[in-house]
Design a protein around this ligand. Sequence first.
Ligand code: SF4
Ligand code: SF4
Length: 190
Amino acid sequence: MWIKGLLPYLYPIENKPSYPIVDLEFIKNKAIELEAENLQFHDFLRNLDSLSLDKSVFALSEAISPKIECTDCGNCCKSLMVNIDEEEANNLSAHLGQTRAEFDEKYLDKGESGRMVVNAIPCHFLVGNSCSVYEHRFAGCKEFPAFHVPDFNKRLFTTQMHYDRCPIIFNVMESLKLATGFKQAASSSL
Ligand code: SF4
Ligand code: SF4
């Protein structure tokens, strides 16, 4: 059903009969191939009405995200630095039965901005492709990839940073190129 509704907006890839695309190697290579196009797309998105754009992004994400099993992927937890605040550190250290001093020594570091970060990539708490502290995971983990958060057009840069590693971002952004008319506009200007 979701395919039917979204079919006009799904990324048309030859020899890829099933959607969404979850092949991480394929996505990584496409990100390199489409780098220039993606920069143009961001300029295009900046000129769209912010509220309408948020609605489109949210709708595409709602349709696509449930079709992607994060536990088959885990790529964000394997490749991103995770920020953490005092309250989150207190909660997780208590959950793990550790003092804050033990927890900080074992798991935390200071990032470039001075904020606390988890001191390992992949994340210490990833087991297989699943989070071993899921109920106590950090706000950034819960939020990613943040398509439900308003003002998407202010996060184009950060979204693009993760386009090459997150199947949800890749599929939403490629579908958005069609849903916004960017693909049609780009091909007619060639
Ligand atoms: S805390 Fe869990 S969800 Fe967050 S990065 Fe680590 S493994 Fe992933
Ligand atoms: S949020 Fe994206 S990168 Fe992270 S596990 Fe899910 S699909 Fe993979």
